[in-house]
Structure formats: structure tokens, C-alpha cells
Design a protein around this ligand. Structure first.
Ligand SMILES: *[C@@H]1O[C@H](CO)[C@@H](O)[C@H](O)[C@H]1NC(C)=O
Ligand SMILES: *[C@@H]1O[C@H](CO)[C@@H](O)[C@H](O)[C@H]1NC(C)=O
Ligand SMILES: *[C@@H]1O[C@H](CO)[C@@H](O)[C@H](O)[C@H]1NC(C)=O
Length: 259
């Protein structure tokens, strides 16, 4: 296969040199196209539409004239050998239930039915999760913290269930000063003393497969949630520690009573 490919490449190169043309010149339409150089990227989203999976590919170079270019995936499919992508503007996509989810596929760019560049890809290793949503922050006065919760459609999925989430938050007036926290659950407590009092904060979250079987890329960020931290009043400052001390004393007292 290797040898054949190399031989073909050499013959082709000779043809090019002899004819003095660059690129694909069979009918003059593609004089400027560089045949072996259509880098592209793909990602999969499993069970996005009920049990249907989505596979999306785009050319890395957004200036590629893709008018006559097609994408095809072969191998590791159920029932069929190959599937052709649909095209929407500069995106190529397949919505299907036919991914085997085991083993490599070959994804190829085709020009007039001829494969011109191919890459081996495993659909389960290029997973881009759906963005989490519904991120909220509730202030818990007694605990002196903020409870952050969010939701993800992956809780309801059969395949990509294990995700790592990255929560990012910043004080709104410090635009580029994002703080980050990684977690695998959808709940997080932020300590009040780690945040500025009486300040506006922005918070958002994104997800990536957590390397169990599925691997891949970060999701888009969730929509942001905005919240204001409470002012620190003297009452807060005093009552926090004081009420803790009283509680501790009371607990000790109650325990002693039981003995
Ligand atoms: C892209 O290629 C097609 C077919 O060769 C041609 O008709 C079209 O004008 C090209 N578009 C651009 C923007 O170059
Ligand atoms: C998360 O969202 C799903 C719908 O996508 C909903 O059924 C579920 O109740 C939500 N969970 C929470 C904890 O809000
Ligand atoms: C969170 O996890 C990602 C991916 O593993 C890693 O690149 C990043 O450094 C981690 N961030 C923190 C704050 O631990």
C-alpha cells in the first residue's frame, strides 16, 4: 500500500513536471489546487439526537474552494462500507446510527470521486461533548460559600457519561483574570473568602471526555451566569465566628448532657 502510494506519487510528480502544470489540471478547473494538501479536522458528537450520532469535518484552511470537494468515511460502520457527508456552507456532516464505535475509520476528501487526501480517525477518540447549560450560583449564608450547579445532557446518555468539567469565573471588572476549577460532578462550592465582597462575577463551564473509553475535545462554553457577592457587613464578620463558637459550645454541652 505504502509502496503503491509512493509509486503513484512519483508518477504523478513526473506527469506534473512533464506537463509543466501545478496541481490538478485535468480540465483546467483546478490549476491552483494543491492536491495532497487539504488539512481538515473532525469531531464527533454521540447521541445528540436521540440515538443518532453526528460527525462534523471542516477544512483547516477556511479559504479552500470546496465547491467540488466531498468527504467520505469508510470502515468501522454498521451494515455499510462507506458513508458520504452532507455539506452545509463550509461544514461537512453526517447524522447516523451506523457508527460501530469500535476501531478506526478512514475519512477522505474526494474530488470528482477520487480520494485526494485521507486520515485515519477513531470516532470515539474525537468526541466533542455538548456544552453544559443552566449554570447557577446560590449564596449560602450559613456556610459562607456559593453553591455552583449546572446541568449537562450527558447525564442522560448511554455512551459519553464520564466528563471532566472546567468551571471558569472572574470578577467582571478584571476582564482577563479567569480562575479555573476542574471537577467531575455538576456541583461545586466556592468559598466566600476566596471572592471579593460586593462585586459582580461572571461564571461559565465547559466539558471534555474524561478518558474512560471516549476521548476528544473541549465542548463550547455554557452561557454565562452573572452574580453579585454580598457586602461584608460588620454583622457578618462578627456573627460568623461568634455563632460558630456558640454552636460548638452548645454541641459540647449537649454531648456532655447525654453522658
Ligand atoms: C470555486 O470553484 C468552482 C468550480 O471550479 C468555481 O466555479 C467557483 O467560481 C470557485 N469559487 C471561488 C470563490 O473561487
Ligand atoms: C437537566 O436537564 C434535563 C433536560 O435536559 C432535565 O430533564 C433535568 O431535570 C435537568 N436536571 C436538573 C438537575 O435540573
Ligand atoms: C483541568 O484539566 C485540564 C485537562 O486535563 C488541564 O489542562 C488543566 O490544566 C486543569 N486545570 C486545573 C486548574 O487543574
Amino acid at each position: 500500500m505504502m509502496i503503491l502510494g509512493t509509486a503513484f506519487g512519483m508518477v504523478f510528480y513526473l506527469l506534473q513536471v512533464v506537463s509543466g502544470e501545478s496541481g490538478y489540471a485535468q480540465n483546467g478547473d483546478f490549476d491552483d489546487a494543491e492536491l495532497d494538501d487539504y488539512p481538515f479536522s473532525c469531531y464527533s458528537q454521540l447521541e445528540v439526537d436521540g440515538s443518532q450520532h453526528l460527525l462534523t469535518c471542516t477544512f483547516d484552511d477556511t479559504d479552500v474552494n470546496s465547491t467540488n470537494l466531498e468527504f467520505e468515511i469508510c470502515g468501522a460502520l454498521l451494515d455499510v462500507k462507506c458513508l458520504t457527508f452532507n455539506k452545509m456552507q463550509e461544514m461537512y456532516f453526517i447524522r447516523t446510527k451506523k457508527f460501530l464505535l469500535i476501531g478506526d475509520s478512514e475519512i477522505c476528501v474526494k474530488l470528482k470521486g477520487k480520494k485526494i487526501t485521507c486520515r485515519k480517525m477513531n470516532v470515539v477518540k474525537i468526541v466533542k461533548p455538548e456544552a453544559p447549560f443552566d449554570i447557577r450560583v446560590i449564596y449560602r449564608e450559613g456556610a459562607n460559600d456559593f453553591l455552583v450547579t449546572f446541568n449537562t445532557s450527558h447525564l442522560q446518555k448511554k455512551y459519553v457519561k464520564e466528563l471532566l468539567h472546567e468551571v471558569a469565573y472572574r470578577q467582571e471588572k478584571h476582564e482577563n483574570d479567569w480562575m479555573h476549577v476542574n471537577l467531575s460532578s455538576t456541583k461545586l462550592a466556592l468559598l466566600q473568602r476566596k471572592l471579593q465582597p460586593d462585586a459582580m462575577y461572571e461564571i461559565k463551564v465547559r466539558s471534555i471526555p474524561n478518558h474512560d473509553y471516549f476521548e476528544g475535545f473541549w465542548s463550547e462554553w455554557s452561557p454565562s451566569f452573572h452574580f453579585r457577592t454580598p457586602e461584608i457587613t460588620e454583622l457578618n464578620l462578627l456573627c460568623g465566628p461568634v455563632s460558630r463558637i456558640i454552636r460548638r459550645l452548645w454541641n459540647n454541652f449537649a454531648r456532655n448532657q447525654k453522658r
